[in-house]
Write a protein that binds this ligand. Structure first.
Ligand SMILES: *Cc1c(COP(=O)(O)O)cnc(C)c1O
Length: 408
C-alpha cells in the first residue's frame, strides 16, 4: 500500500464526516462528498522542487494531492499537461490585448476532453475498491472517457446518452468497449436510469459529483494551472459550466495549495459560463439564490453544458461568491461566430463550450467586469474536431484546369 494523505471525506452541505477507504456515493443528505487531506503531513512530505523534477508528464504528477493508494491502480492512457495558448490575432475582435488571454486546451487529453481527468480518477478508485461495473449518464464526453479508462482498467461500463447526442460521441463510446444506449430525453433522464439500475443491475454510479473522486481528478486542472503560472494564479478563470465539477475542483485545489502556503498573490475570480438556452446557475446567481431548480426545455449547441440541473449547484455558486467572480450566459449564435473567428484568425479550433468562454470574456471586457490588462484563462474543454463544422462547397472536376489567377 502506497500512502495517501487522505484523512477523511466530508459532506459538502452538512460537514458530516465519512471514513476514507470505503465505497461512497452521495452523502446521507444527498449531496456531494469532498475528500479531505492531512495537508500538514502532505506539505511536510512534498515540495514544489520535487514536483518540478517529476518525470510524469500528466496529472499523475500530482499523486500526493490525490486519493489513489496503490500505484498499480493509476490507470493511464498517456495524459499530458495541457498547453496554455495565447489568443493573438483574434484578440482585436474581442476588444482584448494580444497575449493577455490564454486558452487552456484540454482537447489534448486522452479521448479529446477534460472528462479524462475526472473519469480516470473515478476508475482508478473503483478499481482499487474492486468495483467491476460502472454506469454513467452523459452528453458524450464523459461517456467516452469512462469507456476508455474502464476498458484500460479491465472494468465494464454502461453508458446512457440523450438520443440527439452526436453520432461521433456515441460511436466513440461503443468503439471503446462500453455498452451504450441512446435515451429519449435529456441527461437528467439518463441519470434517473443509472440511479434505478444501480440497485437492479448492480452498477456503480459515476454520475457527476455522485461519487467523490471525479472532482479530485478535475482538481488537477487547478494544480496544473498553479504550476504553469509559477505558483501564482491568473486574475480570472472562465469555465463553461455544466455540472460544475471543474470549477468546484479548481477552487478546491486553490484552497488546498493556499493552505500549504504554496501560492503567492490573490486568488483568481471564477466565472461560470453557460448557454442562454440552459442557464440554471446564471439564473440562480442573478437571483441571489444558492440552489438552481431544473431548467425546462434545455437546448444549446454546446452539448457539454446542456445540464438542466446540478447536484453541486450551491458549491458552484459559493466558489463564484468567495472568489469575487460571476456567472454569465451567452447565446448559441455568438458562440459559433466566436468559434469561427478564433479558428480563422488564430488557427485554434475550439469546441463550442470553449468558444462560449471566449464570448463571455468579450462581453465581460465590454461591461468592465474584466480589465484589458488582467491575465485571463479560458477553458477549451474538448477538441473542436468532435463537433459539426461548416461544409465546404469548392470543388475541382477531374482534369479541370484551375483558375489559378483567381486563387492567387
Ligand atoms: C462536461 C463538459 C463541460 C462541463 O464541465 P463540468 O465540469 O461538468 O461543468 C464543458 N464542456 C465540455 C466539452 C464538456 O464535455
Amino acid at each position: 500500500m502506497t500512502q495517501t494523505f487522505v484523512s477523511h471525506l466530508e459532506c459538502s452541505l452538512t460537514g458530516e464526516r465519512y471514513e476514507a477507504g470505503q465505497i461512497h456515493g452521495l452523502s446521507a443528505a444527498g449531496r456531494p462528498l469532498l475528500v479531505r487531506y492531512d495537508l500538514e503531513r502532505l506539505a511536510a512530505g512534498v515540495s514544489k522542487e520535487a514536483l518540478a523534477a517529476s518525470p510524469e508528464p500528466g496529472f499523475w504528477r500530482y499523486a500526493p494531492f490525490l486519493p489513489v493508494a496503490q500505484a498499480a491502480d493509476r490507470v493511464s492512457l498517456g495524459e499530458v499537461m495541457t498547453p496554455l495558448i495565447p489568443l493573438e490575432r483574434s484578440a482585436a475582435g474581442l476588444g482584448a490585448r494580444p497575449g493577455k488571454a490564454l486558452v487552456k486546451d484540454e482537447g489534448r487529453l486522452p479521448t479529446g476532453s477534460f472528462k479524462a481527468r475526472g473519469l480516470c480518477l473515478a476508475v482508478a478508485m473503483a478499481k482499487g475498491f474492486g468495483i467491476e461495473h460502472l454506469a454513467i449518464p452523459t452528453n458524450g464526453n464523459a461517456g467516452a472517457a469512462l469507456a476508455a479508462y474502464a476498458r484500460r482498467a479491465g472494468l465494464r461500463a454502461s453508458v446512457f446518452c440523450p438520443a440527439d447526442t452526436p453520432d461521433i460521441n456515441v460511436r466513440e463510446i461503443a468503439q471503446q468497449g462500453a455498452e451504450v444506449w441512446k435515451v429519449d430525453g435529456l441527461i437528467n433522464d439518463c441519470g434517473r436510469i443509472v440511479g434505478e439500475g444501480k440497485a437492479k443491475a448492480g452498477w456503480f454510479d459515476v454520475s457527476t459529483l455522485k461519487e467523490p473522486y471525479r472532482i479530485e481528478g478535475k482538481k488537477t486542472m487547478g494544480l496544473e494551472l498553479a504550476e504553469q503560472f509559477g505558483w501564482s494564479l491568473p486574475d480570472v478563470i472562465f469555465y463553461p459550466t455544466g455540472g460544475g465539477t471543474g470549477l468546484i475542483g479548481m477552487w478546491k485545489a486553490f484552497a488546498e495549495l493556499r493552505e500549504i502556503g504554496w501560492l503567492s498573490g490573490p486568488m483568481p475570480r471564477m466565472v461560470a459560463v453557460q448557454a442562454e438556452g440552459c442557464a440554471p446557475i446564471v439564473k440562480a446567481w442573478e437571483a441571489g439564490e444558492e440552489h438552481a431548480p431544473l431548467w425546462e426545455n434545455a437546448h444549446t449547441v454546446a452539448a457539454g453544458i446542456r445540464v438542466p440541473v446540478a447536484v453541486g449547484d450551491f458549491l458552484i455558486i459559493r466558489a463564484l461568491r468567495e472568489s469575487g467572480g460571476f456567472a454569465m450566459a451567452v447565446d448559441d449564435a455568438a458562440i459559433l461566430a466566436t468559434r469561427d473567428a478564433v479558428a480563422r484568425e488564430d488557427g485554434l479550433l475550439l469546441c463550442p463550450e470553449g468558444a462560449a468562454t471566449v464570448e463571455a470574456y468579450r462581453r465581460a471586457l465590454g461591461q468592465g467586469l474584466v480589465g484589458a490588462d488582467e491575465r485571463v484563462v479560458l477553458f477549451n474543454c474538448a477538441t473542436g474536431l468532435k463537433y459539426p463544422m461548416a461544409p465546404v462547397a469548392r470543388t475541382l472536376a477531374r482534369g479541370e484546369t484551375p483558375d489559378y489567377a483567381a486563387m492567387a
